[in-house]
Design a protein around this ligand. Structure first.
Ligand code: C5P
Length: 215
């Protein structure tokens, strides 16, 4: 390969385990990691905090162009309302264009990058040498999110989380611009009955095979 960087594209629905998997992969290979969901969340948070409307595409695009990729922190952006607002502004083509430009610039960092989101293998980095599509049934994903909230000592409603997971899927898979779907050349990893460790092992063998071919 002649390019100086190596990109791993990881897509999948909310709570499928792609965040944890992406962080582990980035750590293992010494690559930079970008959780692209945070770019949509940061845009949504800035709009909410400024009291700006969530349905004005020009305003949302302007805010999206001001998002700094360096300072994104999931703990500060994890609130439910931010996630909901993020998936609403994520249907806007101008917002997507602005964030995709920043994500592509990030993907070029040497020696390599891991980007996770919904459209990395299909739109942001269609030439990535490794593409993974990480999924799990809506029931399993809702249960994981529930367990995670409860383990932090908070209370949660499993049925409400399940409805939320399904609503988010419909919005992400049903939108016209860059809907969530596996790239044709993506490796599918269904984590419904797989531990994160097993998913990591599977991902590692896929990545190592491509790296040794490109060496
Ligand atoms: O992954 P996370 O739940 O943080 O993403 C928040 C929302 O941002 C998603 O529901 C989705 O609508 C949007 N998103 C997107 N494209 C990406 C990453 C996230 O549309 N690459």
């Amino acid at each position: 390969m002649t390019t100086k960087t190596f990109t791993i594209a990881i897509d999948g629905p909310a709570a499928a385990g792609k965040g944890t998997l992406s962080r582990r992969i980035a750590e293992q290979y010494g690559f930079h990691h970008l959780d692209t969901g945070l770019t949509y969340r940061a845009t949504a948070k800035a709009l909410l905090e400024a009291g700006l409307p969530l349905d004005d595409e020009a305003v949302a695009e302007k805010i999206a162009r001001e998002v700094e990729l360096g300072g994104l922190d999931r703990d500060m952006l994890s609130q439910h309302e931010i996630g909901e607002a993020a998936s609403k502004i994520a249907v806007m083509p101008a917002v997507r264009r602005a964030l995709v430009e920043a994500q592509r610039r990030f993907s070029e960092k040497a020696p390599g990058t891991v980007l996770d989101g919904r459209d990395i293998g299909t739109v942001v980095c269609p030439d990535a040498p490794v593409k993974l599509y990480v999924t799990a049934s809506p029931e399993v994903r809702a249960r994981r999110r529930y367990d995670e909230i409860v383990s932090r000592g908070a209370t949660a409603d499993l049925d409400a989380i399940f409805e939320d997971v399904k609503r988010r899927d419909e919005r992400d898979m049903g939108r016209a611009d860059s809907p969530l779907k596996p790239a044709v050349d993506a490796h599918l990893l269904d984590t419904s009955e797989m531990s994160i460790e097993a998913a990591f092992q599977a991902a590692q063998s896929i990545i190592d095979a491509v790296l040794s071919r490109n060496a």
